[in-house]
Write a protein that binds this ligand. Structure first.
Ligand SMILES: Nc1ncnc2c1ncn2[C@@H]1O[C@H](COP(=O)(O)OP(=O)(O)OP(=O)(O)O)[C@@H](O)[C@H]1O
Ligand SMILES: [Mg+2]
Length: 248
């Protein structure tokens, strides 16, 4: 197991956003997380990636206890995430955004500022890597455009690309295809599928059909709890899921 979440709880005032959530994820798989609005999906990603500390429970990543570690330490251990609302910087090109993503995820870079030659070498490698990823995502031709000028779907691809810059072992994706047309949405999931050899994915998504096509395991949340999990086939036949999520 690359990720083990054990009995996590998280409350906001009186709202129990996570009420005893446990999840075990195997290496080189794609896991889907579905559930109605407000069921706790984003809160789960936030507690796993260090953006929120859980009130109770533990998170193990690659066998290491990462409960309550800050995001930069979690990302240094090889886990990156994307956000439900794509955050791109104004005035920055696609390529610059990719380069920034690699820098912010690698604070070990600081010492190279004292060594110009090494810095230039690092930059050259980062640019090459960024271009390769953009090419893989089929937005390489947009590399000198402003990031905010991309279409919604292309912005989603860019945020996936930014997440890949650190070469993470695990990627958490929060609604990577929300608002994207079905053709591009499928393409984004096909890209994720191609990366499965190298990494593990946990994907929050409302579109159950797309999860059924691409996930190995699906977790279903409702009111802060996992109410069902299993293969797409198992989940599709689960009575609780049909009642709670598929609307009877
Ligand atoms: N920072 C916060 N402060 C207060 N309440 C919060 C906070 N974050 C989430 N909540 C509450 O926790 C519950 C779970 O929210 P969360 O964002 O995790 O749901 P979600 O499953 O991601 O929903 P959606 O599908 O709409 O994105 C909701 O009731 C929400 O209002
Ligand atoms: Mg959410």
């Amino acid at each position: 197991m690359i990720l083990e979440v054990n009995d996590i709880e998280k409350s906001f005032g009186g709202i129990k956003a996570l009420d005893g959530v446990s999840v075990s994820i195997e290496n080189n798989t794609i896991s889907g997380l579905i559930g109605p609005n407000g069921s706790g999906k984003t809160t789960l990603l936030n507690t796993v990636s260090g953006f929120l500390a859980p009130d109770k429970g533990t998170v193990y990543f690659g066998g290491k206890d990462i409960t309550s570690l800050p995001p930069f330490q979690v990302s240094r251990l090889g886990m990156t995430r994307t956000f439900q609302i794509t955050r791109l910087f104004r005035g920055m090109t696609v390529l610059e955004s990719m380069l920034l993503a690699s820098k912010t995820q690698d604070d070990g870079l600081f010492p190279v500022f004292f060594n110009r030659k090494k810095l230039m070498e690092t930059e050259r490698r980062d640019v090459q890597k960024a271009v390769e990823i953009l090419d893989f995502l089929e937005i390489e031709h947009m590399k000198h455009e402003y990031a905010v000028a991309l279409s919604g779907g292309q912005q989603k691809l860019l945020s996936l690309g930014m997440a890949l810059m650190a070469d993470p072992r695990m990627v958490l994706l929060d609604e990577p295809v929300a608002g994207v047309n079905p053709t591009l949405a499928n393409k984004i999931f096909e890209k994720v599928m191609l990366e499965k050899e190298k990494r593990t994915f946990l994907v929050v998504e409302h579109n159950i059909d797309i999860l059924m096509n691409f996930c190995d395991i699906i977790y279903v949340m409702n009111k802060g709890r996992i109410v069902a999990s299993g293969t797409p086939d198992e989940v599709q036949r689960n009575e609780t899921v049909i009642d709670v999520y598929l609307g009877g």
